[in-house]
Design a protein around this ligand. Structure first.
Ligand code: ZN
Length: 308
C-alpha cells in the first residue's frame, strides 16, 4: 500500500486551521526539528515539516492537496468497506496538473497513472443468445459518498465514524450491446467497469461474428440431396437445402444467420459442418440396399489421414 503524507498531522494542526495557525505551527516545529538543534535525528522530520508547510501555506496548493486527501480518505474507506477489494479514486494524476511531482512523493509508485487498475470492475456472464439480441444487466457498485449527517465535520459522527464518508450501494442498468465480444469491458457511470464474459454454448461456437456448429445429416439425404430443418441460435427454424452428393465434413454457409457485428450490426454467417449419420435402426430393406451399394464400391476406403 502506498503511504499517504498527511500534512495536517505533520504540522499538528486541524484540517480547518487558518493560515496564521499553520504558520505558527510550522515555526514551532521548525525550531524543534531544525538540524542545528536536533542534528541528524530531526532531519527527516524537518524536511517533512517544510514540505507540508510549502503546500499548506499556499492556498491554491492547499486546495488541490485537500481534494487529493479526500480522495485518499475515500479510497481508504472503500478499502475497508464490505466485500470491496478493488478501489477507485475520485481524482486522477491528470487532474493534478503542475502538482505532479508532489503527487509522486505523496503516494509513491503504486499511485501512478495506471488508473484503470484501481477502478472497481465487476464481471457479468451472458449467453450467446444475449450476445445476439443485446441485453441489460443491473449492477450494484459500492460507492463512497460524503456523510450527509456531519459532512465530515464531526469526529464522533455515528454515521461515518468521523471519516466524513459512507459507503452506499449504487445501482446501474448497464446496456450490453448486441455483438459484444467475450472479455469486453464496458464503462459504468463515470468510474466503474463491467467485464463481459460470454458463456460457452452447447450447440454453437463463436468465431468472430460467425457461428459454427456441426449439422447431423442422414446418409441417404446427403447422397441424394434433400432438406433438413435447422434450429438457429434465435428465431424461427430454417430449412437448409443439402446438395446432392454432400460428403461428411462439408461446410454449409448460411449467410446472415450469425451474430451482429458490435459496431455495424451487420450479421455474420452460420457455418455448419456436415456430420453424416446412418438412419437407425437398420431395417432389413436398408441392409439389402447397403449390400447392393457395397458391391458397387469395393474400391473406396482404406487410406489413412492424420487426426484433425
Ligand atoms: Zn458523519
Amino acid at each position: 500500500m502506498p503511504t499517504f503524507k498527511d500534512y495536517y498531522k505533520i504540522l499538528e494542526v486541524d484540517e480547518n486551521a487558518d493560515q496564521d495557525t499553520i504558520k505558527q505551527a510550522y515555526r514551532r516545529l521548525a525550531r524543534k526539528y531544525h538540524p542545528d538543534v536536533s542534528g541528524k535525528a530531526g532531519e527527516e522530520q524537518f524536511k517533512a515539516i517544510n514540505e507540508a508547510y510549502e503546500v499548506l501555506s499556499d492556498p491554491a496548493k492547499r486546495k488541490e492537496y485537500d481534494r487529493m486527501r479526500r480522495g485518499y480518505q475515500a479510497h481508504e474507506a472503500r478499502r475497508r468497506g464490505p466485500g470491496f477489494e478493488r478501489v477507485v479514486y475520485d481524482w486522477s494524476p491528470e487532474d493534478f496538473g503542475g502538482f505532479g511531482s508532489i503527487f509522486e512523493d505523496l503516494f509513491g509508485r503504486d499511485f501512478g497513472p495506471s488508473r484503470t487498475e484501481t477502478v472497481p470492475e465487476e464481471t457479468v456472464r451472458v449467453t450467446l443468445e444475449q450476445v445476439m439480441t443485446g441485453t441489460t444487466v443491473n449492477l450494484t457498485v459500492q460507492d463512497v459518498k460524503e456523510c450527509v449527517v456531519c459532512h465530515g465535520r464531526d469526529r464522533d459522527c455515528p454515521r461515518c465514524g468521523g471519516s466524513g464518508q459512507v459507503i452506499e450501494p449504487r445501482r446501474f442498468d448497464v446496456t450490453i450491446p448486441p455483438g459484444i465480444e467475450d472479455g469486453a469491458v464496458l464503462r459504468v457511470g463515470d468510474w466503474a467497469r463491467l467485464r463481459v464474459e460470454v458463456a460457452p454454448h452447447p450447440r454453437f461456437q463463436r468465431q468472430g461474428d460467425h457461428l459454427v456448429g456441426r449439422l447431423m445429416v442422414s446418409v441417404p439425404v446427403a447422397a441424394a440431396g434433400g432438406e433438413v430443418t435447422v434450429r438457429p441460435l434465435v428465431g424461427e427454424n430454417v430449412v437448409v437445402k443439402i446438395p446432392r452428393h454432400t460428403n461428411h465434413g462439408r461446410m454449409l454457409r448460411l449467410k446472415g444467420l450469425g451474430l451482429p457485428h458490435r459496431g455495424t450490426g451487420v450479421r455474420g454467417d452460420l457455418l455448419l459442418e456436415v456430420v453424416l449419420r446412418f438412419p437407425e435402426p437398420f431395417t432389413a430393406e436398408d441392409d439389402r440396399l447397403y449390400e447392393a451399394l457395397k458391391a458397387n464400391h469395393q474400391e473406396v476406403g482404406g487410406e489413412i489421414h492424420a487426426p484433425r
